[in-house]
Design a protein. Structure first.
Length: 729
């Protein structure tokens, strides 16, 4: 089990590469990018080996059953009885855990180590794979960028942070990886910080996510002081042991849910995520597919026993996790309809899909939610990189679908094919990856007593198909517009000046064309994943290797809620129908609005006051940004800041000034009366006395030997006289 034993290399190698890039990158032939790519390839190889050995461990049933394993398995079987005819639970497979003492404070030991199970293996492989492809893609996309070396340094550390968090054995190490990602996302989103919008977007992302991070700190504190450990395994056992009060688990769950909302862009803290598109497209792809935003969902999946008990998920009905996820699905999908920036369409799509994942956890569909993390990574990374390909080679670095795209399918056939495949997977078209994961979440919601959320999931499937059909139509169909037709308008081109692209001219000389291999090969590989990744857990075909390897077995570490036969072809029929209706409806509207021959519904939002108001409401993103800026910041934080400034200027600065004036006066007094009046006067007086005495005695120092003899004789006579007098006395 070499790979399991040495899986600590997965985050350590890219972390070391970060320092190599910073120290030596600009002196290297590829300006440091070779360190980043080599480190991610190494991590991918080790992650693949770790996954292989974990699968072997599961297949062999290695590790036996601990007391906690028997408890969890019994709990799972007790909560939801097995359906007739289903297989008996397989033995629980212990996670592979290895720890080292990091540091110690009093009697508390802080450890660093590895917690390897099906969940962590899934994320390790996905993050390493997507990160490797994104770095290869960036070789071309960022070619000639003024901060090329620093980009690869931050991108590599970003991946290292996610891998550190996924591998964490304890919550302190988990927090370390979590915060590394927060810092790197700030650097990467603001990569082109010369543009004010980019720097503001980076700050917005940083501060919004930090708001959620307060919840993580509070949640960790509650769990530690109540359970007495930072160990994820220990906390999970404690949460399901029946020892903690429900109130404690509820408070911890709420605090951790706040962290998930901030990190994973859930309502109402989702507003930072679309603005994060200010960063280079490879950053958008990595951030939205397998790192950063997925970190919040991973937190929910990793500490699921806490939420399971704290939110009483097993009771059905509704709970905060399911409610937030359901709201996020709908509000983000609606916002995607009014976007003209292709990356922002995909950003709101990510928010909506993250809502599916959170809702899945909230309705008890742990495995489908985790599986959706897995499948979503492939098609969402492909979509973002496809948008970057269009910008790079088809629209003169513009992301405006209405102004600079259209008619690109024949000029960019590989980008078009991979984009359409990934769009179909995202929409949940049968036999593609998204269908097997997203539809199982929907089916699980209905099966587990969360009927309302099943309907929300179905509505989201319809909307996803509709807004992505609009996106594909505007980008690849219809008449070429703006830059896609060879007309450039750099006032709308925010990226090209900042990138200082060395090869930007070749696109201008030849017009829109297919992107180079460094861009198209990652697209092809990701689209293959978008097609076939779902077959690892294709429940309608009874192919459920993902369930077998990730849970693992039917006993499970987490309580089992979904029987294998829950997701069937018959159960998926409503979703399939809605996906088809979404495509037809969106295609009709697109042709009516964007084709040369426009239908009567064109301009309907301008002619109808209610529709105009609704469109404006969506265009302004529910006015949440205005609420935060003008109410929260200006109305609450503003006065606090002004009050703090007044205290600073009038009290703190006043006190400092007073102290300064006192010591200045004291210094003057000391100088005048102590230094000048006493010390200097004494020294000067001693000097004058010595000078006078020297002048008085100088007459005897005349060099005459006779005078020296007389003085010596006189002194001897005086001495003899004194001797006679004192002896007689």
């Amino acid at each position: 089990m070499w790979f399991l034993e040495h899986s600590w290399l997965i985050p350590v190698v890219p972390a070391a590469a970060f320092f190599l890039i910073i120290l030596f990158g600009k002196k290297m032939p590829m300006n440091g990018s070779e360190f980043g790519i080599a480190s991610m390839l190494t991590s991918l190889v080790v992650a693949g080996g770790t996954a292989y050995e974990w699968i072997q461990r599961v297949d062999e049933g290695a590790g036996g059953e601990s007391t906690s394993a028997r408890f969890f398995g019994a709990l799972g079987r007790a909560v939801v009885p097995r359906a007739e005819g289903t297989a008996e639970a397989k033995p629980f497979v212990e996670p592979f855990i290895k720890t080292w003492n990091w540091w110690q404070s009093g009697g508390t030991k802080f450890t660093i180590g590895m917690h390897i199970d099906g969940l962590s293996v899934t994320l390790l492989v996905v993050v390493a794979f997507i990160s490797t492809l994104v770095q290869i893609y960036s070789l071309e996309y960022l070619r000639g960028d003024r901060r090329y070396t620093h980009f690869f340094a931050a991108l590599t550390l970003f991946s290292a942070g996610m891998l550190t968090m996924v591998l964490a054995e304890g919550l302190v190490q988990f927090l370390l990886g979590w915060e590394i990602m927060g810092l790197c996302s700030f650097m990467l989103i603001g990569h082109w910080w010369e543009d004010g919008y980019n720097s503001r977007s980076a700050l917005k992302a940083f501060f919004t996510v930090r708001t959620g991070d307060v919840g993580l700190l509070i949640g960790i504190a509650i769990l530690y002081f109540q359970s007495g450990t930072f160990s994820i395994q220990g906390i999970s056992e404690w949460a399901l042991s029946g020892q903690p009060s429900h109130l404690v688990l509820l408070m911890a769950s709420i605090a951790l849910l706040v962290a998930i909302i901030g990190k994973s862009g859930q309502f109402p803290l989702h507003t930072w995520l679309p603005d994060a598109m200010a960063g280079p497209t490879p950053v958008s792809s990595l951030l939205h597919s397998s790192t950063m935003v997925v970190a919040g969902i991973f937190l929910g999946a990793r500490l699921y026993p806490v939420f399971w008990e704290g939110f009483s998920i097993h009771n059905g009905g509704a709970n905060p996790m399911a409610i937030i996820g359901g709201i996020t699905i709908v509000i983000a999908a609606l916002l995607a309809f009014v976007q003209v920036d292709i990356k922002k369409v995909l950003a709101y799509s990510t928010v909506s899909q993250l809502g599916y994942m959170l809702m899945g956890l909230g309705v008890g569909a742990w495995t489908p939610a985790v599986f959706h993390i897995f499948t979503h990574a492939f098609f969402k990374a492909c979509l973002f990189l496809g948008a970057g390909s269009v910008s790079h080679s088809g629209s003169h670095h513009s992301f405006d679908m209405k102004q600079d795209m259209g008619g690109l399918r024949k000029k960019m056939p590989i980008t078009f094919a991979t984009f359409v495949i990934s769009t179909a997977a995202l929409a949940g078209v049968p036999l593609l990856a998204g269908f097997f994961s997203k539809d199982e979440i929907i089916a699980s919601a209905g099966h587990n007593g969360y009927k309302t959320f099943m309907y929300i999931g179905l509505a989201g499937a319809f909307m996803t198909t509709a807004y992505m059909t609009r996106c594909v139509y505007l980008t690849f169909f219809g008449q070429a517009r703006g830059a896609a037709a060879g007309k450039h308008h750099d006032e709308h081109d925010a990226h090209a000046p900042a990138m200082a692209h060395a090869d930007a001219g070749h696109g201008d000389a030849h017009g829109p064309h297919e992107s180079p291999l460094l861009i198209t090969v990652p697209l092809i590989l990701l689209s293959i994943g978008a097609i076939f990744a779902g077959y690892l857990n294709a429940a309608p075909f009874h192919w459920e290797k993902f369930t077998e390897w990730v849970e693992p077995g039917a006993g499970k570490f987490f309580p089992e809620l979904v029987a294998p036969e829950t997701f069937t072809w018959a159960g998926a029929l409503p979703s399939i129908v809605l996906v088809a209706l979404g495509f037809v409806a969106a295609l009709f509207v697109c042709k009516a609005l964007y084709a040369e021959k426009r239908a009567p519904i064109y301009g309907l939002t301008q002619r109808s006051a209610p529709l105009r108001a609704g469109y404006k409401f969506l265009w302004n993103k529910y006015y949440l940004d205005d609420f935060y800026d003008k109410v929260i910041v200006a109305g609450l934080i503003g006065p606090i800041a002004k009050g703090a400034y007044w205290v600073h200027m009038n009290i703190l600065d006043g006190f400092v000034d007073l102290v300064g004036k006192f010591f200045a006066a004291f210094g003057k007094w000391t100088y005048k009366y102590v230094d000048q009046g006493v010390i200097d006067a004494s020294v000067n007086g001693a000097g004058r006395g010595a000078s006078g005495a020297g002048g008085g005695l100088s007459f005897i120092q005349n060099g005459k030997i006779q005078q020296y003899a007389a003085i010596l004789f006189g002194a001897a006579a005086l001495g003899a006289l004194a001797l006679v007098i004192f002896v007689q006395a």
